[in-house]
Design a protein around this ligand. Structure first.
Ligand SMILES: NC(=O)c1ccc[n+]([C@@H]2O[C@H](COP(=O)([O-])OP(=O)(O)OC[C@H]3O[C@@H](n4cnc5c(N)ncnc54)[C@H](OP(=O)(O)O)[C@@H]3O)[C@@H](O)[C@H]2O)c1
Length: 279
């Protein structure tokens, strides 16, 4: 199978390369040579004619998107549109990676795959529009939402918390924002299983369970021998951001689980990451 990975230098892109590289023909696209927001993407993809395209490229600066909506929509909406056009021309399957943030994140709600989206930020609106843009063009499409990604080679919540804890010796962490901490190698393995089912549609691939930022931080510090560092739980109102994230955009994996595809509990993926990559 010939797989094109876009955004190949990002966190998920790197995990996909590591996972698929040894066993498949893999083509890696990254900026600046391959900007998916450029209309020429469609023709370039059609000429390459891979079997599968996994679009891991995205504008992921959630706060920055508020001041740069054109750039966010170009990458997150026009990008998937051009990729879908290219896939339609050459018969490739598209895996469009999307986000838990497309949901409003109502307190105590757990979001299943076919519930109505309710994006609240520029980033979230651009990702939801990217789902629609791809869907309007392509049938052979997996829309895969994930959440709170971290993994080798990325600047992510665990690596930032460890660095901040070492620098400051104590941290305030938001305790009323909830999500599914998801380990990129686990997501890559689940994507492989999903692609092989041939069952197109919308999926939520996240590690099992959910946590607040505070609980996630406490667990990751414990796992790397920094459990003694004092953590103070704070409300998100004490940590204002240009784009306030949804409070409880917690995803439920119902569709993939029905096909036998489940990710391990988030604590297990986190333990592997902390033991292997953080010292
Ligand atoms: N990170 C999370 O917590 C999270 C949560 C839910 C969903 N997701 C989704 O998961 C996917 C992967 O996220 P990630 O954490 O791996 O993101 P990431 O580490 O920020 O990587 C994104 C990659 O996309 C590239 N990119 C941005 N705009 C592009 C464009 N116009 N053309 C080509 N490449 C472009 C970036 O390149 P540069 O290095 O040049 O900027 C970067 O290498 C995204 O779809 C994201 O929306 C992420």
């Amino acid at each position: 199978m010939h797989i094109l990975i876009t955004g190949s230098r990002g966190q998920l892109g790197q995990a996909l390369h590591t996972y698929f590289g040894p066993s498949h023909q893999v083509t890696l696209w990254s900026r600046p040579q391959h900007d998916i927001a450029h209309p020429a993407t469609a023709h370039a993809l059609a000429a390459l004619a891979p079997d599968v395209v996994i679009n891991a490229a995205a504008w992921t600066n959630v706060d920055g998107a508020e001041a740069a909506p054109d750039a966010a929509f170009a990458a997150n909406t026009l990008g998937p549109k051009y990729l879908a056009e290219g896939c339609a021309s050459c018969g490739a399957i598209l895996v469009q990676i999307s986000s838990n943030e497309v949901f409003a994140g109502e307190p105590d709600h757990f979001y299943r795959e076919y519930e109505e989206v309710g994006p609240r930020t520029v980033y979230a609106r651009s990702k939801a529009a990217g789902e629609r843009a791809a869907r309007q063009i392509l049938d052979r499409l997996f829309i895969v939402r994930t959440a709170w990604l971290y993994g080798p080679g990325g600047s992510n919540f665990p690596s930032k918390i460890v660095a901040a804890a070492d620098k400051h010796g104590g941290l305030r962490v938001v305790a009323d924002e909830f999500g599914n901490p998801s380990y990129t190698p686990d997501v890559a393995a689940a994507l492989d299983q999903l692609i092989h089912t041939g069952r197109y549609g919308v999926y939520h691939l996240v590690n099992e369970g959910h946590a607040s930022r505070y609980v996630w931080a406490a667990e990751l510090l414990r796992l790397c021998g920094r459990g003694h560092i004092p953590l103070t739980p704070i409300p998100s109102s004490d940590w204002p951001r240009p784009a306030m994230p949804p409070a409880h955009a917690v995803l439920v994996n119902q569709s993939a689980a029905a096909l036998g595809i489940r990710l391990r509990p988030w604590q297990d993926g986190l333990a592997e990451y902390m033991q292997t990559f953080i010292h």
